[in-house]
Ligand binder design. Structure first.
Ligand code: C2E
Ligand code: MG
Ligand code: MG
Ligand code: MG
Length: 283
């Protein structure tokens, strides 16, 4: 095909494909360098109590910057890390970094780390986590993992065994982004998660249809509680969001209204002041 139409056929006929491939390779290279040079950053977003708005935990989130200094969003680099196998190394890094930082926090403040389905593939996740916690002398009850529905759709027994292994260590498991995928109730029952994190799409919906989306959120909170889970609402951006939620019985709040993801030193200062107001993230 390329021969028939000349050397630049790909560029002429599939420019977007070519650009996507270049971008992918660039990000892969950037991730390798960042891993080697310890340039991945972990930022921490406060999770607060609905009652007194105090910080009860932080979600650890990865940050990566391109050679030009521009942020590369996790939504772009995480899938590439998953496909290239680099997520193993990156996942081990953020777990370690999150725990190291959480050690400086009060004992009742938890840290939450996102896990990719790819991290369940090799089968050594439970021992990796156990070794890390033991080496860093960090109690499992202060660690939470967030998984998404995508995890539950493949290789069920293998995934299930590893989730049980993590839970048996005392780590709590949260279903992240609830409401964006299939939101299968069957999966929720089967895996008995400790926490349900309601995706921020519902608060986005609330901005243009308060009645409808208020009802949906209330229903999910009730559902979570009936299934024995704690319920966290994500993406709380405004006072209006908070006021609507304050009428419900949520367990935890998370969103820019309470604090953006922030570097570790700032998270520590936020804890000292016990307000989550400061924010500095680029998004
Ligand atoms: P997530 O786990 O659902 O994390 C929450 C995302 O929502 C974060 O985006 C956070 O900055 C953003 N967010 C929080 N509050 C608000 C708000 O009030 N408004 C808006 N508009 N956004 C808010 P971020 O850091 O860009 O991460 C995006 C996704 O990338 C994460 O979604 C998670 O799925 C993935 N991710 C990030 N770090 C990691 C990691 O270390 N490992 C894995 N496997 N995935 C990660
Ligand atoms: Mg998450
Ligand atoms: Mg989430
Ligand atoms: Mg989300």
């Amino acid at each position: 095909h390329a021969k028939a139409t000349g050397r630049n056929a790909m560029v002429e006929y599939f420019p977007e494909l070519d650009i996507a491939m270049l971008r992918r390779r660039e990000i892969e290279a950037r991730m390798r360098d960042a891993m080697r040079d310890q340039e991945f950053e972990t930022v921490f977003q406060p999770i607060t109590s609905p009652q007194n708005k105090k910080i009860v935990g932080f979600e650890a989130l990865l940050r990566l910057y391109g050679n030009d200094g521009a942020p590369i969003p996790p939504s772009e680099f995480i899938p590439i890390a998953e496909e290239s196998g680099m997520i193993e190394q990156i996942g081990a890094f953020i777990l370690r970094d999150a725990v190291l930082n959480a050690k400086a926090w009060p004992e009742d403040v938890f840290v939450s780390v996102n896990l990719s389905p790819a991290q369940f593939k090799r089968g050594d996740l439970v021992s990796l986590v156990a070794d890390t916690l033991q080496e860093l002398d960090f109690p499992a009850r202060r660690l939470e993992f967030e998984v998404t529905e995508g995890l539950l759709m493949a290789d069920e027994q293998r995934v299930s065994d590893q989730l049980v292994g993590l839970k048996q260590m005392g780590i709590s498991i949260a279903m992240d982004d609830f409401g964006t995928g299939y939101s299968s109730l069957g999966y929720l029952w089967k895996y008995s998660f400790d926490k349900l994190k309601i995706d921020r799409v519902f608060l986005e919906g609330f901005d243009f249809d308060k009645n409808r989306y208020g009802q949906i959120i209330e229903t999910i909170v009730t559902l979570g509680h009936k299934m024995g889970m704690k319920v966290t609402v994500e993406g709380i951006e405004t006072q209006g969001h908070q006021e609507m939620l304050d009428h419900l019985d949520c367990d935890q709040y998370q969103g820019f209204h309470f604090g953006k993801p922030m570097p570790a030193d700032q998270a520590l200062r936020a804890l000292a002041g016990m307000t989550a107001e400061s924010s500095s993230d680029t998004q």
